[in-house]
Design a protein. Structure first.
Lengths: 84, 435
């Protein structure tokens, strides 16, 4: 994705990835959700999701940053920051 | 029959095989003499010496969500499918031990018996492990680099992965094991499970085997050994144990799982008992890494030790499900071992079948699947026939079941399942009918 994505586009894209990888319904993926506590996603699946998100949004997510991305909103903010 | 030790009964059964997606469909197809062997439709298959195999009748994605399959090697997925069937058929409620796996169901029977996870064990073997995962992940690595390799690669390729997944799903905390001895692996798993119950480590054990390695590399590797049938024009007729024109084994895939239980535990909960898992015998050929000892001494000892372990006499046997893979040397050598191990009289008083004629050779899944077939033959009083047996080898002088299934007489009956593996691993498992 070359152009800068809107917050909604990032949310939709992320929800698609999460559905594809761990089978959580898209309606469950809202900005306030914590990946581990709310969505029950394990650490290895988070690695898969991060790699898929890098491909989809054209950004690099270093391992150090991945640890700080605890909620869906954290990912949206991170992607927007790098794209702008 | 042993009176001094705990007796072990079989109370649950499950399988997914080239003949069917569950055990009942597999067993009825087997009795009908159907073949699970099919032509492979891979790209580039024409470069392989063998272009057919016994592939699964029902694909895992027909019964399991794709998100689960992303983190399971094919051999692990089918082990879970077979284990779920066995668990349900034993009448067990949803597991309570442990916490299960994220995103995966933990099915059970409504109103079923709740198994104590501390008294539940798993012994589940694969001979090869996650071959598909290892090779596919290497392709990803070469094409896209290390960061695109799935973080689940290690647990998917390790040969104990199926045992681990089944242990987690069903909350088995008495111990989860994976014995590896090539084509004898899951016969050994059944034997180990019997011992776990006898020594008091567990009341209930989920045991069996799984294999899925029908990959071009495996076809090339076995092809390079000249071990497989090359009857490419007639796949369904390729596996033909004891036939004069047999020319090698046919690679198969599938999983088979039994629930073993102490008789006391099973009777107390009013479980359906399919029969007794009476004992197992083992030997090592100490001869060659792939060839069986031509004297058959090791195979004979495994059978003798199984009988001793089960407290049975050779004349108690009515049936043997032979290892018989449809190789020119192996099939008749095993018959000589049966005579040497049991004595001529007992050997001539039983009927022999070779179900790999229909299922192909499931390698690490074979011992458990054929153990189930042995048990069902006793339970239902009917032995499947050897498919494709058109022209009996002149060296065959035992009673081979051919042309149609053979009825067994009512009353007390025992049978052996033989499984032999590369490495010189000989395993024989004894079963008895429940009266």
């Amino acid at each position: 994705m070359a152009e800068v994505a809107t917050e909604q586009q990032i949310l939709d894209g992320l929800a698609d990835i999460i559905d594809e990888i761990v089978g959580i319904d898209k309606s469950e993926v809202t900005p306030d959700k914590n990946f581990i506590d709310d969505l029950d996603i394990d650490s290895l699946s988070m690695v898969e999701i991060a790699v898929a998100a890098q491909d989809q949004f054209g950004v690099e997510i270093p391992d150090d940053e991945l640890r700080n991305l605890k909620t869906v909103q954290d990912v949206i903010n991170f992607v927007q920051k790098l794209q702008s | 029959m042993s009176t001094s030790q705990t007796r072990v009964v079989v109370t649950g059964l499950g399988a997914t095989t080239p003949l069917g997606g569950d055990l009942p469909s597999t067993w009825s197809a087997l009795l009908a003499g159907e073949s699970g062997i099919r032509t492979l439709d891979w790209e580039g298959v024409e470069d392989l010496p063998v272009r057919f195999a016994a592939t699964l009748k029902v694909q895992p994605d027909a019964v399991m969500p794709k998100q689960n399959l992303r983190r399971l090697d094919r051999n692990q997925a089918i082990a879970l499918i077979a284990a779920r069937e066995a668990w349900a058929s034993a009448g067990f409620a949803a597991p309570t031990g442990g916490k299960g796996q994220k995103g995966m169901e933990r099915p059970g029977v409504d109103g079923g018996f709740t198994v104590d996870g501390e008294r539940l064990g798993v012994v589940l073997s694969s001979g090869i492990g996650g071959l598909h995962t290892a090779l596919n992940s290497y392709d990803v690595y070469r094409e896209k680099g290390w960061s695109r390799v799935s973080p689940f690669t290690v647990p998917m390729l390790m040969p104990n992965g199926a045992s681990g997944h089944v242990g987690i799903e069903f909350g088995a905390m008495a111990g989860s094991h994976a014995l590896v001895s090539a084509c004898a692996s899951s016969a050994e798993a059944v034997g180990y499970a019997i011992d776990m119950i006898r020594v008091g480590r567990a009341d209930v054990v989920i045991c069996g085997g799984t294999e899925s390695c029908i990959h071009p590399l495996q076809m090339a590797s076995f092809g390079s050994m000249r071990a497989m049938s090359t009857r490419n024009e007639e796949p369904a007729r390729a596996s033909r144990p004891y036939d004069k024109n047999r020319d090698g084994f046919v690679l198969g895939e599938g999983a088979a799982v039994m629930i073993l239980e102490s008789e006391e535990h099973a009777r107390a909960r009013g479980a359906r008992v399919h029969g007794f898992a009476s004992g197992a015998g083992y030997s090592g050929d100490a001869y060659d890494i792939v060839l069986p000892d031509p004297s058959g001494a090791g195979q004979a000892k495994a059978m003798q030790r199984a009988l001793k372990d089960a407290g049975l006499e050779p004349t108690d046997l009515v049936h043997i499900n032979a290892h018989a893979t449809s190789t020119p040397a192996g099939d008749v050598a095993e018959l000589a071992s049966i005579k040497a191990g049991l004595g001529e009289e007992a050997a001539r008083g039983l009927v022999v079948t070779a179900t790999k004629s229909m299922t192909g050779h499931l390698l690490g899944g074979a011992g458990a699947l054929e153990s189930i077939f042995t048990l069902l033959a006793l339970r239902d009083g009917v032995v499947p026939f050897v498919a494709n047996l058109e022209d009996l080898d002149d060296e065959v002088d035992l009673d081979i079941v051919r042309d149609e299934p053979r009825k067994l007489a009512d009353g007390p009956a025992a049978a052996l399942n033989n499984s032999f593996g590369f490495g010189g691993h000989n395993v024989s498992v004894a079963f008895e009918r429940a009266l």
